[in-house]
Structure formats: C-alpha cells, structure tokens
Design a protein. Sequence first.
Length: 139
Amino acid sequence: MLKQWLEQLKGEKGQRLIVILGFVGMGLILLSHFWSQETESTSVSADVSYAAELESRLTALVAGVEGVGECTVMITLESGTEYVYTTPTVLVTEVLPKVRGVVVVCDGGDNAAVCERVTEVITTALNIPERRVCVTKSI
C-alpha cells in the first residue's frame, strides 16, 4: 500500500500535492508565530495589572500608618506569571509573580519609627524580607 502511494506521488499530481502541503505547513508555522506573540502580550499586560493592583492596595495600607502622610508605592516583580498545564489545553494552576522589592516614598520617611512601622506592614503583607523594602522621605 505504501509503495502504491509513493508511486502516485511521482507523477504531476504528486508534485502538486507536495507543493500544496509545503505551503500549508508554512502557513501553520506563520500562524503559530502570531499566536505565541498574542499570548505573550496578554501575559505581560496581566503582570502589569497585577503589580498595579498590589501597588494600589499597599498605598492604601501604608497611608493608614501613623506619621506616613502622603505616599507613593512602587513594586517590582521577579518574573512573569507561570502557567502549569497537564496538556496543551488544560490549565492546572497559575503561579503569580513573586515580589522582588518595594519602594515607599512618603512624607514621614525621615522618621525612623515611621520607617520601621511601614517596613513591618509591607513585610507582613507580602511575606518578603526587610532587605527588599526601602522607605524614604519625599522631597
């Protein structure tokens, strides 16, 4: 059966079939390239919104600490969101990015007691070590 099929490919019809299959293959490769770019950009925007949500929640939390005054919070993330699949289409879990560091710029940043309270609030809320938190006075 395989011999018969290979003999049919030797003719003009076979050459056309091979050319058509080649173009279909190249088209699929091209489509997969666009598909992966769309997935990456969606992931990046999700990570940006995740960081923005964390910053917003931390800003509200830190602003409630006595002596802080006005404040701005910036968070940096270690990596992007990781997705774990059992098969290419079945998502099992989504691992959110870890916080690399937090910077707080506030009116009370020159007061050691305020800095200590803010650092304690952030390290407790995010479960990160003190060395990853910087609190400073705004100008």
